[in-house]
Design a protein around this ligand. Structure first.
Ligand code: SF4
Ligand code: SF4
Length: 379
């Protein structure tokens, strides 16, 4: 980790990578994959290359509020071939309570020096949320409340990145009854551009992609209506899920370890929130693309969505929807937004049922029969 505050005379990312023995080929491979992860056209790869070759590293102050540090864990375990080198060289991580060697007064002085000497140049990355009850005493660092540290540091920042669900929507600390009065950071920081990168934790390559975008284009990526990068949060898991054909065919896991579970059928009736969750898990996946939660047999719990801890039990169906072939008596959902999105899934299922009913009538007419499997993928 660099201890000296970054300046424009600092080496570029590529220069640092060269010093660490990273080959030109590996560097270009990273630029191409970073561009792909960011959803950029192949023609934009050259811009990524140029930025990392010519621009000094981004000075970053990484703050930790009320959280479990899983975002740091995810970030540091990015599995791209050269990511560990690249990530730690791409940004100038001038302050991070969990990674820095400095401690006590020395560490806090680094943060204050950066604010005083580089106003408007640095990025504040925030992991964790802000407890506001009882004067903010439930999270203090070096004798100061996290709320004060966040306000002081963000005041002269260029951008703010909210890592993970704690910083973006409050996560478990803000779930009812929220004893510490925890709030996401946008409730505290009102006058700075904030990019929200939710997830518990976010996918490492998504975090890398956001940082690469900021470095390459010197601005935040295009955001959706709630401040998430569209490139990573623009699609529902459900739309790219490899179990989708089973959903469409009405083939669902009913109990853990039943025949459907062994055959890899859809987990919707086991509580899967893929139809209401926007994230890159079904495309970028986890652990370098090895797998993802649904690939491992567990439904999505919607960790990148607002208030996901309060949004009903994880193992119950999330909407009162007709499911092909059964009389459903599912639980009610608590969140209107989730209900609206789930209604889309319900409507889709309803359409399939209508098609199925029509198919049966037609079959009665012409003597043929359509199987459930024949309907897969005909959304
Ligand atoms: S409900 Fe879940 S398991 Fe089923 S297709 Fe959608 S995302 Fe995949
Ligand atoms: S599958 Fe769902 S719960 Fe799991 S990490 Fe992805 S968005 Fe979060």
């Amino acid at each position: 980790m660099t201890r000296t505050p970054a300046t424009s005379s600092q080496p570029t990312t590529y220069e640092l990578l060269q010093r660490h023995g990273v080959s030109r080929r590996s560097f270009l491979e990273f630029c191409a994959s970073a561009a792909a992860v960011m959803g950029l056209d192949y023609s934009e790869v050259e811009r990524v290359v140029q930025a990392l070759e010519t621009k000094p590293r981004i000075p970053v102050l990484w703050l930790h509020g009320l959280e479990c540090t899983c975002c740091s864990e995810s970030f540091l375990r990015s599995s791209h071939p050269i990511a560990q080198d690249l990530i730690l060289n791409m940004i100038s991580l001038d302050y991070d309570e969990t990674l820095q060697a400095a401690a006590g007064d020395q560490a806090e002085q680094i943060r204050r020096d950066m604010i005083a000497n580089h106003p408007g140049e640095y990025v504040v990355a925030v992991e964790g949320n802000v407890p506001t009850k009882d004067g903010g005493v439930y999270c203090t660092i070096a004798g100061e409340t996290f709320q004060h540290i966040l306000e002081e540091t963000a005041e002269h920042a260029r951008f703010v990145i909210a890592w993970g669900s704690c910083a973006t929507n409050g996560c478990v600390q803000a779930a009812k009854p929220n004893p510490t009065g925890a709030v996401p950071i946008h409730k505290i920081i009102k006058n700075k551009p904030i990019v929200k990168v939710p997830g518990c934790p976010p996918i490492a390559e998504v975090m890398t992609g956001v940082l690469t975008h900021v470095l390459t284009f010197d601005r935040l990526p295009e955001l959706d209506r709630i401040g998430r990068p569209k490139a990573f949060y623009g699609q529902r898991l459900h739309d790219k899920c490899y179990r989708r054909s089973f959903f469409d065919a009405g083939q669902f896991v009913e109990h853990w370890d039943d025949e459907g579970a062994k055959k890899g059928w859809c987990l919707y009736k086991m509580g899967c929130r893929g139809p209401t969750t926007y994230n890159s898990c079904s495309t970028v996946m986890w652990n370098g693309g090895v797998s993802w939660p649904i690939g491992s047999g567990h439904g999505c719990i919607g960790c990148s969505e607002e208030n996901f801890w309060d949004n009903g039990p994880f193992y119950s169906r999330t909407a009162d929807v007709p499911v092909p072939g059964i009389n459903s008596t599912p639980e009610k959902i608590g969140m209107v937004a989730a209900a609206a999105a789930a209604a889309g899934a319900a409507a889709h299922l309803g359409t399939l049922m209508i098609k199925r009913a029509r198919g049966s009538k037609a079959a009665e007419g012409d003597g043929s029969a359509a199987s459930a499997g024949d309907e897969g993928g005909q959304a």
